[in-house]
Design a protein around this ligand. Structure first.
Ligand code: ADP
Ligand code: NG1
Ligand code: MG
Length: 488
């Protein structure tokens, strides 16, 4: 490692791996030179805390081994040459004179081009550096994170592009600063994400999940139970979050819920309330008290635009301009109670999950006795009981995402149900509408559990041949965050 600060993205010598050699060859064949450096940004699996980062609540993800690896060369010409090792992603060349003129628009079906995620990262970096005339880049991407599957392939791509550009222009390498910058950059794709994915991409540490808090952004390691493994299984359904308005619809429903709750509970500084967590802070309430407030002030299943305007004393143009995004302006009905209940209850589940992990660790290090029963609700630190308690929180999270947040998918529910038949708790991970589940599995059961999913889901439910199921399911442990590789 070079003489960089611990808070900076590490710069390591280029490893002599097969993947690096192959990517260097592709790069050489495309551009006639060796890459001058590589960046590597991991995907992530979120263990618990879904759809609450954009409401300001802490989440508990860990980084995966799967990543976006990008080979880079800096050129004097203000141009981008973008290539991908996967031939389904076609190469493109473009000039980058002024970031204000970047055209990050989707194709005619509304789906973003793959390189739009790269443009988001570069636009964010250029804006941050305040430069319009700049050096260009030749970039070759090799990714192995399953795309559009809730494992954050999009943020790894945005973040790798942003980091490549910053490094080329001697910009900041501070992990927290880049994570915040990348969260802002990815919003150019059109989704109003909360920042979890970019935070874990940069702040991840090997061997522990991270408890991520926002405003200010911070990551605290959480040791996961040693006798359990997290298994990720793909539902075989993909969902590109920027191609539909499902994601943004949830974000604005949460913002509207926060605004209405603030108004009806008489908060004076009501204009400052944007998120459900800001409101909780102002009211100095517990999460349970916030839940009760939701049931009291927004009890209906559906709110129309007209009803919302009446409560907020604004007209529909104000509502469109102040709250709705381009792809949600045409919506006429909103589910506020259900979304807000999910957020407050899920935020509580994150706290409970973290407490159980933390106290069980502390107790097993010091005594064999009862673990802080008052706080965690557990009578002792029996490993089976701890895993059941953690698993129950994951099952409840999935149920809430399925019923209150309505972001599950029939295949995800099938995977979760099959898991329950062998006593394994699991939940959808990432935004949902397809993608993956994450399951908490006692170590000694991993092989049997994976085999059950292969038989019952991939073979019986999806008609796949068993040997083809291998690439859709894997056990994983917490991995490290973003890196730069360079000849030192
Ligand atoms: P995720 O849950 O994986 O973050 P998103 O819907 O946010 O899913 O983003 C998925 C999109 O990211 C893909 O449709 C594709 O455009 C882009 N993407 C992901 N991985 C790659 C890759 N290896 N190469 C090119 N583009 C990729
Ligand atoms: P995925 O599924 O990886 O695109 C999205 C958001 C996260 C978070 C989760 C749901 C982005 C970049 N990512 O993740 O911020 O809100 O959904 O918990 O918007
Ligand atoms: Mg994404």
């Amino acid at each position: 490692m070079s003489g960089y600060d611990n808070d900076d993205v590490p710069i390591l010598n280029i490893p002599c791996s097969e993947r690096i050699i192959k990517l260097s060859e592709l790069f050489y064949n495309a551009f006639g030179c060796e890459p001058s450096y590589f960046v590597r940004v991991p995907g992530r699996v979120n263990i618990i805390g879904e759809h609450i980062d954009y409401c300001g609540y802490p989440v508990l993800p860990m980084a995966l081994e799967q990543d976006i690896l990008m080979a880079v060369n800096v050129i004097e010409e203000s141009k981008l040459y973008l290539r991908n090792a996967d031939t389904k992603y076609k190469g493109v060349d473009m000039s980058i004179n002024a970031y204000e003129e970047f055209n990050i628009t989707p194709d005619s079906s509304g789906k973003p081009y793959w390189y739009n995620y790269i443009l988001c990262g570069i636009k964010g970096a250029m804006e941050h550096l305040n430069n319009s005339s700049c050096k260009g880049l030749q970039l070759y991407v090799d990714g192995n994170i399953p795309p559009a599957s809730g494992l954050s392939s999009s943020s790894a791509l945005v973040s790798a592009a942003c980091l490549s550009y910053l490094y080329a222009h001697k910009g900041t390498l501070n992990k927290t600063a880049i994570a915040s910058l990348c969260a802002k950059s990815e919003r150019y794709i059109g989704t109003q994400g909360g920042g979890m994915d970019q935070a874990i991409a940069f702040l991840a540490k090997k061997y522990s999940a991270q408890y991520i808090t926002f405003q200010p952004l911070n990551a605290t390691p959480v040791a996961l139970p040693e006798d359990a493994t997290f298994v990720v299984a793909h539902s075989l359904a993909e969902a590109n979050k920027a191609a539909t308005n499902d994601f943004n619809r949830r974000v604005i429903e949460c913002r509207l819920a926060a605004k209405i709750l603030a108004t009806l509970s008489g908060v004076i500084s009501e204009e400052k309330v944007i998120t459900l967590s800001q409101l909780q802070k102002i009211l100095n309430n517990s999460l349970n008290e916030m839940r009760e407030l939701v049931l009291k002030y927004i009890p209906k299943d559906i709110y129309t635009k007209a009803e919302i305007c009446k409560i907020l004393k604004i007209n529909e143009t104000d509502l469109d301009e102040s709250f709705l995004t381009n792809n949600t302006k045409h919506l006429t009905e909103f589910k506020l109670k259900q979304r807000a209940l999910h957020v407050y209850e899920e935020a509580q589940r994150v706290e409970d999950f973290r407490k159980i992990c933390t106290y069980s660790k502390l107790e097993s290090a010091t005594t064999n006795g009862a673990i802080n029963g008052g706080t965690t609700g557990l009578a002792n630190n029996d490993s089976g009981e701890i895993l059941t308690a953690l698993g129950n929180l994951m099952s409840k999270s999935h149920e809430s995402l399925r019923t209150l947040y309505e972001c599950s998918h029939a295949n995800l529910d099938e995977l979760v149900n099959i898991s329950r038949t062998v006593n394994i708790h699991s939940r959808l991970t990432g935004a949902g509408w397809g993608g993956c589940i994450v399951a908490l599995c006692p170590k000694e059961m991993v092989e049997k559990y994976i085999d059950t999913l292969k038989e019952e889901f991939y073979v019986k439910y999806c008609n796949l041949e068993k040997r083809n199921a291998d690439s859709y399911i894997f056990a994983t442990t917490p991995n490290y965050g973003a890196l730069i590789y360079k000849n030192l």
